[in-house]
Every structure is written in structure tokens, then in C-alpha cells.
Design a protein around this ligand. Structure first.
Ligand SMILES: Nc1ncnc2c1ncn2[C@@H]1O[C@H](COP(=O)(O)OP(=O)(O)OP(=O)(O)O)[C@@H](O)[C@H]1O
Ligand SMILES: [Mg+2]
Length: 363
């Protein structure tokens, strides 16, 4: 059976949602070179120890071993994406995406395939690219995903030495931010849920880790002239916070994801050797205030250029992080925020796949 899924290949995290399930799978977009690790106590969930070998015709290096997501978070040699990376071409993003698809395939499979056989999972996928890279890279991106890939889990608890073939049959690529609005405007059945969004002219500011997208959507169609994207996201500011905390207190966060996790959980106190503790909140405030001012300036500029815009939605993981600061910086200008804003795109991608591709999928 072919599974229908939405996958948001984010620079910060990969989000995967299957048709019919509410809970998205989220894996931080971070990898480290894999090796035979010493296990003192096995992790309590496979998600915490994704240790894989990946074969894919789309990767420049085949059959390499990687620690992915949580397992790479604390690793000295871990790799996070930089703002010069292009997610349509990035091997790292594809490695994490294939791991997510394989993981989901094994999780939903009742039992193994029997001795010596290989599991297989087939997908029809909806996904997306930022406004700026969509025109040039959407086809390449689609072709990199399509086809047959193979993921073998090694020391991952519950999945020891299981190999699964991930076959991607069809891919629909849409645009970050725009897909999010499609999700908000429609029910799961794709019937209209919100008339204002569905029929109006809507401005969107989608703040991701490395890019911020400003699509303008008129009656659910993307406006070619006014839509815009910026190569800046929350990661730029997280990196500045990491630097300042190191300069001030000598404490180095092992990864951006680690800092983001703390900010998300509002744990602003860090432990120093010798039982000292410091509050990094003032440093976070300083940089997030700067980020918010910059975002509000960009929104104002876009809104002035396109006065037809009726309302402006601020979404993406960055919107959750910056909401109070943006509201402060926006003053009297009314902006809209939503719950679950980092999962709007992935849900939108699933719906786009449903509406564009699903008709011809055999039941
Ligand atoms: N509640 C929160 N508090 C603080 N930071 C958050 C929160 N939610 C998300 N973030 C951070 O916001 C950033 C953007 O998250 P998001 O999931 O939108 O990025 P992405 O989709 O992976 O990246 P991109 O869109 O650039 O590819 C991430 O660095 C994430 O860690
Ligand atoms: Mg994103």
C-alpha cells in the first residue's frame, strides 16, 4: 500500500505527517559521522538513537553511516546547515528525510518481513521549497526524492539491523508559507474552512531557521510579482546568542538545536563548572528583539508595496519564538499569529499532495 504523506524538509528539523494521523514526526536536521558506539544503557526509544547506513542514488556518498537527529545533537563532529546551504540540493537534508521516512515505515509495520527479507515502504509525498529557490530547484528537488532508497538501522533500539527500502513514487513540490495558508483555509476533506483566507489577499511572513518567506496569496494562488523570500531566519540570531554566551560565560552550546530546545522549554539558566549558575535570558532578549525589529521592518515594506493585502499572518517556528518581541515591535500594526505554527507547512504539503496527486493512486 502506498502511504500519502507530507514532509517539511526544514533547515532546523524535518517534519513528517502521514495521511490520517495527527501527530507529526519531528527529527532535528543534524547529522554526525557514525561509528560503533559503546552503549552503557540502551535508549528507551528508537527516535533517540537513529544510527543508520543509507544507500541512495541521489546522495554523493553511498553506504555511509550516520548518527541522525537527537543522537547527533551532543556530538562534537555534528553538522548543522548554514545559510549558504540549499535544501533542494543538500545531502544532509536528504539523509535526515530518508531516515524519517524509513522510521515511519518501520513504526507502522506490525512485524518484520521474515528472515532475510527486506521491509519496504512506498510513499506519495507532498513537500515544499522557499519562495526564492522554488522556480529554479523544484524539479531537481523532486527528482532527488523520487525513486528507491535503502536505510539500514544499526544500534537503534527496537530496529537493530533492520533494513527498509523506501520507494518514493510521486512528489508534489509547493511553496513554503503558501502551503501553510492552504492548510488553514481548508478542512481535511479539502473543503473550504476559512472563506477569508480562501478568497482574500493574504500576506504571509514564514520565519524558518535559515529563510523567511513572504508569499502573497490571492484566492489561494501565489502572486508572482509580490511574493518574496529572504535568506535570513532565526538561526542567524541563535548563532549570535551562542557566541555571546560563550564570550560572556565560557559556556559553549554544542549545537544550535540544543540552544533552540532550551529556549523552547524556557530554560534560561545554565550550569557552570564549580556549581555556578547564570541566567542567559538578557542575551536571548537582546538578539530576539533585534530579530523582531528586522522582521517587522520587512513586513511593513511588503505591505506598503502591496496594499491589497488584507491581513498578515506570521508563522513558522520562528514566529512562536519571536511572537512577544514582534508584537512589541509592531506597535499599532495588527499581525496574526496561530497555534502550531511550525506544523502548518507540513500539513499543507499533505493536503497539496492529496489534491494534486492522489486521484490516480490505486486504493
Ligand atoms: N517555541 C519555540 N521557541 C523557540 N524557538 C523555537 C520555537 N519553535 C521553533 N523554534 C525555533 O525556530 C526555528 C524555526 O523553526 P522551523 O521549524 O520553522 O524551521 P525549519 O522549517 O526547520 O527551517 P526552514 O524553514 O528555514 O527550512 C528553529 O530554529 C526552531 O528551533
Ligand atoms: Mg520551514
Amino acid at each position: 500500500m502506498i502511504k500519502l504523506a507530507g514532509i517539511d524538509i526544514g533547515n532546523d528539523s524535518i517534519k513528517l505527517v502521514l495521511d490520517g494521523s495527527r501527530e507529526p514526526l519531528v527529527i532535528p536536521n543534524i547529522i554526525a559521522p557514525g561509528y560503533e558506539r559503546h552503549i552503557l544503557q540502551e535508549e528507551d526509544s528508537p527516535w533517540k538513537a537513529l544510527d543508520v547506513v543509507i544507500y541512495s542514488p541521489s546522495l554523493s556518498q553511498r553506504n555511509q553511516r550516520y548518527f541522525v537527529g537527537q543522537l547527533a545533537l551532543e556530538h562534537e563532529d555534528n553538522l548543522e546547515l548554514e545559510d549558504t546551504d540549499n535544501k533542494a540540493l543538500s545531502d544532509q537534508s536528504l539523509i535526515v528525510a530518508l531516515t524519517a521516512l524509513a522510521y515511519q515505515g518501520l513504526t507502522n509495520q506490525a512485524a518484520g518481513p521474515g528472515y532475510g527479507n527486506v521491509d519496504e515502504v512506498e510513499y506519495t509525498l507532498g513537500t515544499g521549497l522557499p519562495v526564492r529557490s522554488f522556480p529554479k530547484y523544484s524539479q531537481t528537488f523532486e527528482h532527488r526524492l523520487l525513486g528507491e532508497h535503502e536505510v539500514t538501522f544499526l544500534s537503534t533500539p527496537q530496529f537493530h539491523n533492520r533494513k527498509i527500502k523506501v520507494s518514493i513514487r510521486k512528489v508534489a513540490v509547493s511553496i513554503e508559507g503558501a502551503a501553510a495558508m492552504f492548510h488553514m483555509a481548508t478542512h481535511d476533506s479539502l473543503q473550504v474552512k476559512d472563506e477569508e483566507i480562501y478568497n482574500g489577499c493574504i500576506g504571509v511572513c514564514e520565519i524558518g531557521a535559515l529563510t523567511t518567506d513572504f508569499p502573497v496569496i490571492k484566492r489561494m494562488a501565489i502572486d508572482n510579482h509580490f511574493s518574496h523570500g529572504e535568506q535570513i531566519g532565526i538561526a542567524t540570531y541563535l548563532d549570535a546568542i551562542i557566541r555571546d554566551v560563550e564570550d560572556a560565560y565560557g559556556h559553549l552550546f554544542p549545537s544550535r538545536a540544543k540552544l533552540a530546545q532550551r529556549v523552547k522549554n524556557r530554560q534560561f539558566t545554565i550550569q557552570l563548572p564549580g556549581e555556578g549558575q547564570v541566567d542567559i535570558r538578557p542575551i536571548v532578549d537582546l538578539h530576539f528583539r533585534r530579530a523582531a525589529v528586522r522582521m517587522v521592518e520587512m513586513i511593513k515594506k511588503r505591505w506598503r508595496k502591496c496594499p491589497d493585502i488584507q491581513c498578515f499572518y506570521v508563522i513558522g517556528g520562528g514566529a512562536t519564538a519571536l511572537k512577544p518581541y514582534i508584537q512589541d515591535a509592531a506597535g499599532a500594526m495588527k499581525l496574526r499569529f496561530t497555534n502550531d505554527s511550525e506544523f502548518l507547512n507540513v500539513n499543507g504539503y499533505l493536503k497539496v499532495a492529496k489534491s494534486r496527486l492522489n486521484q490516480s493512486v490505486p486504493v
